[in-house]
Every structure is written in structure tokens, then in C-alpha cells.
Design a protein around this ligand. Structure first.
Ligand SMILES: Nc1nc2c(ncn2[C@@H]2O[C@H](COP(=O)(O)OP(=O)(O)OP(=O)(O)O)[C@@H](O)[C@H]2O)c(=O)[nH]1
Ligand SMILES: [Mg+2]
Length: 177
């Protein structure tokens, strides 16, 4: 059976819930406390497709990192970009466009590959505290040609769909030529 390897990077301002999304997907857990990710944290997830297995490396980049260092080694060779904001903090939504621009410039993908991407509106369980509407999120996703996901690491809403899409889209883009 064939095995294909891809890499997704999960980025966004501090405290938006990047590590929580990965934790929910990998171990179906949620923690109320925030422990800032220092540098990056790597994990891998396996997906079974009719054509074979896909192993997705997930690089969870600490929010501090993405605005100061933009250290190349974390971004190199990425196939899928997961851009996360917190719907209860409008300022995190407002950082997305510049972050998207900086990262797409920075990522050195192999020439035969394409970079896929998702825009992730996290903490969607906090409906009463929302400062960004779903419509605004979808509009921005269309503008940046990203797939939009409204997620909650707390309830698990759309979390497996998100990572499954990253794997499936990486595979699709690889085989497009
Ligand atoms: N209500 C709610 N809280 C969340 C959700 N996701 C994360 N949180 C909380 O938000 C805080 C930050 O979560 P983290 O996953 O550590 O955030 P991060 O984006 O990895 O932060 P950095 O590593 O500093 O960049 C924690 O207190 C989490 O419990 C969510 O979907 N809903
Ligand atoms: Mg983190």
C-alpha cells in the first residue's frame, strides 16, 4: 500500500487555540489553561484514503514565533497552511492578511507542489463573546483562496474535518499535475 507524507503548519497570533486544536485532534482532550508554545511543537497524524495512506506532519508554531522570528526551518516544505484566529478577539482576525502574505512569501515549497490553506475561526463555542461574524470569516477566506472552518477545540466542532481536509487537499494538490 502506498504511503504519502505531507506537512501542515498551524499558525496564528498567541492564545487563539492552535495547540488546543491539535490536542483535540490527537488525543480528544481540552485544557482550560494556556501554556504558550515555545518555538514549535511537532506531531503526526495518519489518514486512510482509498488510494492509500497519508501521514501528515503537523507543525504547531508558537504565536510569539510567527511574529518575531518567522524562522524558515519551521515553514520549509509545507503543503498546507492552517491560519487560526480567535472569534472573541477581533485583533487576531485583523492579523490574518499580513500573516498570510508573509508566510506564503516565506514558504519555500518544492516546485512541483502547490500550497493549500485553511482559515480557522476558533473558539466558536463562545457565541456571546464573538467579535467577528462567520460571514466576515468566509469573505476573508474567499479573498485569500482559503477553505473556511468554524471550529471549537473545546467542543470538538469541525476539528477532525479540518485536519482531514488538510491531508486530503495536500494529496489532491500533489496529484493535480
Ligand atoms: N472556549 C474556548 N477556549 C479555547 C478554545 N481553544 C482554545 N481555548 C483556550 O484558549 C487558550 C489558548 O489556547 P492554546 O491552544 O494554548 O493557544 P495557542 O494558539 O496554541 O497559543 P500559543 O502557543 O501561545 O501561540 C487556552 O486557555 C485554551 O483553553 C476553544 O475552542 N474554545
Ligand atoms: Mg500553542
Amino acid at each position: 500500500m502506498s504511503v504519502e507524507l505531507y506537512k501542515a503548519i498551524i499558525v496564528g497570533p498567541p492564545n487563539v487555540g492552535k495547540s488546543s486544536l491539535v490536542r483535540r485532534y490527537q488525543s480528544d482532550e481540552f485544557r482550560e489553561t494556556h501554556t504558550a508554545t515555545i518555538g514549535a511543537s511537532l506531531s503526526a497524524a495518519t489518514f486512510e484514503f482509498p488510494e492509500g495512506r497519508v501521514v501528515l506532519t503537523i507543525a504547531d508554531i508558537g504565536g510569539q514565533e510567527s511574529f518575531s522570528g518567522l524562522r524558515n526551518q519551521f515553514y520549509q516544505g509545507a503543503h498546507h497552511l492552517l491560519l487560526v484566529y480567535d472569534v472573541t478577539e477581533r485583533s487576531t482576525f485583523e492579523r490574518i492578511t499580513e500573516l498570510h502574505e508573509a508566510l506564503t512569501k516565506k514558504i519555500c515549497i518544492q516546485r512541483e507542489d502547490f500550497l493549500g490553506g485553511s482559515l480557522v475561526a476558533n473558539k466558536s463555542d463562545l457565541i456571546d463573546e464573538a467579535q467577528v461574524t462567520e460571514q466576515e470569516g468566509k469573505l476573508l477566506a474567499d479573498l485569500l483562496t482559503l477553505k473556511f472552518f468554524s471550529t471549537s477545540a473545546k467542543t470538538g466542532m469541525n476539528v477532525s474535518e479540518l485536519f482531514h481536509y488538510a491531508a486530503a487537499e495536500s494529496k489532491r494538490l500533489r496529484h493535480i499535475t
